[in-house]
Design a protein around this ligand. Structure first.
Ligand SMILES: Cc1cc2nc3c(=O)[nH]c(=O)nc-3n(C[C@H](O)[C@H](O)[C@H](O)COP(=O)(O)OP(=O)(O)OC[C@H]3O[C@@H](n4cnc5c(N)ncnc54)[C@H](O)[C@@H]3O)c2cc1C
Length: 398
């Protein structure tokens, strides 16, 4: 097992950190306060190639392998102070582009991926609904086949990038036989179709530079050619793709954890109280040590997922562990950073309080921590943890 980065990966990491520090996030304090999407910085990300990192060069991307993509996203998260911008990038890649890459037709890839890499089409993932959050199979949006179109009806909410996005991966109910898992289909829905309405932008605690919105489909005629995969395969497409979202989306959080550790270490080494640096007090030093432990373990589990995906293997178990561990670790690390900086950690200008606000969404989006723990328990063989269904009798496997 080789834990070293290659020369190319080290260079990619250095270049990305330098780009993100120099070019991104300079207006984050104001943009956060005004909940503004940083359009200019989005364009810079496109020009640097960020929006096409995992996309093959034949479709306009940079063609990075999954492990290198993970490393680049971590570097972006480390160098860019605007976590909202980085979250918008990750939603574009792992909520939308990855569905086209993994399950799209040649026609869909040729049509959508190039403008997505160029940043002129912004992607989003529209799954959640007013009555449907964790319980994906109960979603109510319907898609009814009508000639060569599906008529889409329903409402989707809490859609990251929604107010800015041009193309949405939408899961809708098409009906069918064989139980709820075969009743959903996935579609690529563009915002220019008649009956597509962006109805609301939500105000929120953190990640305020990523717009979060609600959309309505009022008999939207979605071409059948925009269906992803076969009719009824939506849920299996979702479950096979979500392992990318639940891991790669969190690589940038590892970068944010390292940035918080650096800042806290500097402060602990320079701030003096009682005639000593505060880092010499065990209460502070142990928090710094815990920040480092979380950082290294978070990086290890994510690189493992990156490696598994590079080898073309399933990574659901590891991605689930990664989602829980990284998102919860970032919250703990941000809390420690606020504590170590005292009143300065609580002020807006330094940005530490913003890091905490930004971190708190992580254990909710892409599936809550509780639901991830339920998935993990079920992957380990326990039954009915998520659905509450009665246990089936154990089959004798000997
Ligand atoms: C910043 C942010 C960005 C988001 N972006 C998107 C997006 O781009 N696209 C999108 O579709 N959605 C998005 N969401 C929505 C997100 O996916 C949902 O909030 C999440 O899946 C939980 O759904 P819910 O909010 O309806 O909570 P609910 O499902 O109502 O859950 C409420 C509580 O009950 C618990 N719970 C529910 N079921 C179980 C169970 N079986 N076992 C144990 N506990 C359970 C949950 O853990 C939680 O604590 C975003 C959310 C946030 C905060």
């Amino acid at each position: 097992m080789d834990f070293d980065l290659t020369a190319d990966q080290r260079q990619l990491k250095r270049d990305t950190i330098a780009f993100a520090r120099r070019k991104l996030g300079s207006r984050v304090v104001d943009d956060d306060e005004g909940s503004r999407f940083p359009v200019e910085d989005w364009r810079k990300c496109a020009d640097f190639g960020v929006l096409g990192w995992p996309v093959p060069t034949s479709y306009g991307g940079r063609g990075l392998d999954p492990l290198s993509t993970m490393i680049a996203l971590e570097a972006l998260g480390y160098g860019c102070a605007d976590n909202g911008l980085v979250f918008a990038v990750n939603n574009h890649l792992w909520g939308c582009a990855i569905y086209i890459l993994m399950h799209g037709t040649e026609e869909q890839k040729n049509r959508f991926l190039k403008p997505m890499c160029q940043g002129t089409l912004i992607g989003a993932h529209a799954l959640s609904e007013p009555e449907t959050g964790s319980d994906v199979l109960s979603l109510r949006t319907t898609a009814e086949l009508d000639g060569d179109h599906y008529l889409l009806r329903g409402t989707k909410c809490f859609i990251s990038n929604g107010p800015q996005a041009d193309i949405f991966v939408v899961l809708a109910r098409t009906g069918g036989q064989g139980g709820p898992q075969n009743e959903l289909s996935a579609f690529l829905v563009t915002a220019d179709l008649p009956g597509f309405k962006k109805t609301r932008e939500f105000s929120k605690m953190g990640l305020r530079t990523t717009p979060l919105g609600e959309i309505e489909f009022d008999n939207v005629p979605v071409p059948a050619a925009n269906r992803i995969g076969r009719e009824g395969a939506g849920y299996s497409i979702f479950t096979s793709t979500i392992e990318w979202e639940r891991s790669f989306m969190f690589a940038s959080q590892v970068g944010a954890m390292e940035r918080l550790l650096d800042t806290s270490l500097d402060h602990a080494g320079s701030r003096r109280q009682f005639g000593r640096t505060i880092g010499s007090f065990q209460a502070v030093a142990h928090q710094i040590a815990d920040m480092k432990i979380r950082l290294e373990l978070a990086r290890l589990i994510l690189y493992r997922v990156g490696w598994l995906k590079r080898e073309g293997r399933l990574a659901l178990l590891d991605a689930t562990i990664a989602k829980i561990f990284v998102s919860e670790s970032l919250v703990q690390t941000a809390l420690s950073a606020v504590d170590i900086h005292g009143a300065r950690g609580y002020l807006t200008d330094l940005g530490i309080e913003r890091e905490l606000r930004d971190a708190l969404g992580g254990p909710i989006y892409a599936g809550t921590s509780s639901v991830q723990r339920g998935i993990l328990a079920e992957l380990l063989g326990l039954q009915g943890v998520l659905s509450g269904e009665p246990e089936r009798p154990r089959r004798d496997t000997t």
